[in-house]
Design a protein around this ligand. Sequence first.
Ligand code: FES
Ligand code: FES
Length: 147
Amino acid sequence: SDLRDLYQQVIMDHKKNPRNFREITDANHMAHGNNPLCGDALVVYVKLNGEIIEDVSFQGSGCAISVASASLMTETLKGKTLEEAQTLYDNVHRALTGEEEGGELAGKLEVLGGVKEFPARVKCATLSWHTVHAAVDNDHDISITTE
Ligand code: FES
Ligand code: FES
């Protein structure tokens, strides 16, 4: 469909030009996320100011899906409150696991290679979301693997 083509363009753009692909030197939260299936690894940096995600970024190497998803994640969460971020994690999780529609963001993520039909690709698309979740929940650098 046209919508699917549009989403595919968004994904390619985020893969080629990842947003917020940088270290945050004064980050107060960070986490390492690993996908043991492929060995891809991302670091997510978060600067929390009270309840607000003032800045969020990532670095590392991954497949097109994990990089585009991480880029979308940073764009989406920047400036959000922790409560808003929690709602977004839940929506992304539900949409990617096929439990229900998750809105426009989830629509973009779904196109990350038709992830729902390929469980291994779901792990690529959720890697950065699990990692940022672990980062904000912990006040030390934490290392997680995709479930
Ligand atoms: Fe599903 Fe993290 S995205 S639990
Ligand atoms: Fe490694 Fe996608 S193949 S995260």
